[in-house]
Design a binder for this molecule. Sequence first.
Ligand SMILES: [Fe+2]
Ligand SMILES: [Fe+2]
Length: 257
Amino acid sequence: MSDIAQHIAVSHKVQFEDLDWEKARRIGLTQHEIESLTYFADIESQTVYYFLEVAKLQVSRDPELLTFLTMWNYEEYFHSHALTRLLTECGVPVESATARSTKIRAGARLKARLEDIVQTLIAKVMPRTFVALWMFWGSLQECLTTQAYEELAHQTSNPVLAELCRRIAKQERRHFAYYYGQAKNRLEGQSWAQRFTRWIAKKFYAPVGGGVKTDAEGARLVAQLFPGDRIFEVMSYIEKRMAARATSVPLRLPEAA
Ligand SMILES: [Fe+2]
Ligand SMILES: [Fe+2]
């Protein structure tokens, strides 16, 4: 079965209606968990805008890519929705996923707008390299996202949060696998695309959410989720997964302010 056929076969909205909300409320969330979940819900809710940015590019008019993007966007939407539900159940005052998403986008930082312009330009001038870079970037972010949810599931003493994180992480891992496979295929034997991708990743790598969150906010979340040396273990895991010769790149997170 092809990669995309596998996605079509298993793509679904993350299950959360069956979770034990009563137990979730009883155990509650720590301040750190509230901050992490709010950050995740914000970022997940922005997927649709990223989807709109890439979908308008000519390079996206590829039936397989569009199919993947559609399922990916649908799944990410429900990650935000489910996290918002958990926060609400635990008594954290939050707006609906849609209202938050619109508000956050309105405040999208200049960086997000600049990224959109640069992205459109690269896609026009070197479409094949752009798609390779895009897939590589996507795999990097999905890998970090998977690790973040798994970490949260591992750390929390709230079993309902742990279960939701595990369910979301399972989908994130599948997203990673698709982007990663695409990046590998598209970079193989393409020395210019490899050099360019490596340069961009080295120069501009920042945890997911860079367009709508400041580097300091991203770094703070990462430091909170992966305390002490954990972050180095996680980054070296990501580097190892990316260590196919074509994409090997040393990653450095921005400093926390
Ligand atoms: Fe997600
Ligand atoms: Fe994802």
